[in-house]
Structures are given as C-alpha cells and as structure tokens.
Design a protein. Sequence first.
Length: 160
Amino acid sequence: MTHGPKYEPSAAEKIFAWPIDMTLASFTPGSGFGPRRIMGTPPGEFEDHFALDIGAPSGTPVYAPADAVVDVARPDGEGEAGGGNQVWLRHKDWLTGYFHLRDAPLVSEGDVIPAGTLIGYVGSTGNAGGDHLCWHTQLTRGGQALAMNPRQVMRDYGRS
C-alpha cells in the first residue's frame, strides 16, 4: 500500500494553544484519547474516549484555545450524560469541548470570543473521578466530523 505525502497544515491553520496552563497539568493512565477500561466492569471491557483528560487543581482557569463562537454553554445536569458543566466552541474547521468545569460556564451560547477568553475553571462536576479538564477536539470539514487526539492536534495545529 502506498500513501501520498503527509498533509502539512499551513501557518494560518495553526490556531490552537493549550486551554490550561500546562505547568499545572498531570496525566494518569487511562486519561488519554482512545480505548480505556470502564470503571467497575469486568476486565476486557473498554469504551472509546474521544477526549484527553488533563489533571489540574480545582479552580485552574480554562481558556478558549483559539478564536471561537460559543456553540453550547451547559450547566451540569443538562445534555451530555456525565459531562458536568461544559462548553463547546466552534472554530473555523473545528469543534472543541470542555467538560467537568467547576462552575456554570462563564460564556453564553452565541458569544463570539477571542483566543484566551476565560470560559471556566477546572473541576469535577458530572461523572468525574477527580479534578480535571476533559478536552475534546473534532475536525469538521465537508459535512464530516472526525474526533482527533488533542495531543496530535497540538502537534499539528498548535501555535508556535
């Protein structure tokens, strides 16, 4: 099987910054993107986790990683089962989600916000086993949506 050349994003496509201060971040086994064991189930049962769990102290600020329109700003108990307080941001060709925020979102649906806008604080609302930010990144082009590993997104589409 042959593959074409690897796609290299242009400088204009490199729009993202990390949503929290990564000097405060920690990662634990099972917190990454992809299959992971479901807590409380027999060995061998897994679920797909289309996000990256970034451990950080409660109250750590969470910022918009790029210019965006607030697509969803939802308090705990509404919508996504277990996601707690959450925000979804729409960027040019991307949709990003921020789950388990400590308090109700600090932005409202329809807000147009620049990169670096404070959207909430790390917490453990919803179905969370501790304080962390669950960060979802999804490429949306041509009517298609593809969940992508946030670490890969930052490697390929992160601002220098």
